[in-house]
Design a protein around this ligand. Structure first.
Ligand SMILES: C[S@@+](CC[C@H](N)C(=O)[O-])C[C@H]1O[C@@H](n2cnc3c(N)ncnc32)[C@H](O)[C@@H]1O
Length: 263
């Protein structure tokens, strides 16, 4: 009987996984990415890219702490960079202190782009009027307790003051959606940790998304966020689009060229 598979099984039963690395190759130990619910031996040399590092660090400054979510930020920067080549503005729903959006603006040298970045948040955390019954039953408000997110909009305004063409929209989605009517949107990031406002924002911005626009869903595949995934799958299906599930926990949708385009 082979002993290794048995040991591996026992370890997996305790919630851990085992990956083989060459013990004679010290570099391989450093090659393991292990952060934010993602363990991988695949290439992640974006972490050494000086532009990535500067952008990531700007996000850490905004957030006042490092979440160690390099791969998620890498995906966000990639989507934002690609979207910067399209016509249309950028929108983030669920900003908090601005970790990802600050990284993006640093990375893209925002003021040179001539686009507006709409940053939408209550700036007081989740709004209990806009969570689903299922989320209420799962007690998501207790996981998103007061103090977890910023309730200081002025500090967010101060963080983004270095850039032009930023509109900070304070208030609960869906109530604030009508105040944000960009003609075209190239990048939409949904990160509100709850379902109803994300679906409302997705539907509100859909017709404004240009063909090829990027919709990044921060919580889509993340552990503990199944209601968001199911609701966003249904919302995407109603637009004849599909969401890719990423091992970072994010979801990514590229608006199909054939879908109704913003005029
Ligand atoms: C996980 S945080 C966003 C993190 C952010 N994207 C970053 O890069 O750090 C979730 C945010 O969604 C906001 N939020 C939750 N429900 C909301 C709603 N109905 N309308 C607007 N913002 C909401 C919260 O206030 C919180 O700041």
């Amino acid at each position: 009987m082979r002993i290794k598979p048995i040991i591996r099984k026992i370890i997996e039963l305790s919630g851990y996984t085992v990956h083989k690395i060459d013990p004679d190759n010290p570099e391989q130990r450093e090659e393991v990415y292990d952060e934010d619910g993602l363990r991988s031996v695949h290439n992640h040399d974006f972490m050494q890219d000086p532009l990535f590092r500067v952008a990531y660090q700007r996000g850490v400054v905004a957030n006042e702490r490092d979440f160690n979510w390099h791969w998620r930020v890498h995906i966000g920067l990639w989507a934002a960079y690609s979207a910067s080549k399209l016509e249309g503005d950028f929108v983030e729903c669920g900003v908090n202190k601005g970790f990802l959006s600050s990284s993006i603006m640093e990375y893209l040298d925002w003021d040179k782009l001539n686009k507006t970045f709409y940053l939408m948040d209550t700036f007081y955390g989740l709004d209990e009027r806009y969570i689903s019954e299922e989320e209420r039953a799962a007690n998501i408000l207790s996981k998103n307790v007061r103090g977890k997110y910023t309730n200081n909009p002025q500090s967010v305004i101060d963080n983004f003051a270095q850039w032009k063409n930023v509109e900070i929209v304070a208030g609960a989605i869906p109530e604030t959606l009508d105040a944000v009517q960009p003609e075209r949107v190239a990048y939409l990031h949904l990160d509100m940790n709850c379902t109803p406002p994300e679906v409302a924002a997705f539907n509100h911005f859909w017709d404004r998304l240009v063909p090829g626009a990027f919709v990044l869903l921060d919580d889509y595949a993340y552990r503990g966020h199944k209601p968001q995934k199911l609701a966003m799958d249904a919302a995407a299906a109603s637009k004849h689009a599909q969401i890719a599930s990423l091992p970072t926990g994010q979801g990514l949708l590229v608006k199909p060229a054939g879908a109704a385009a913003a005029t």
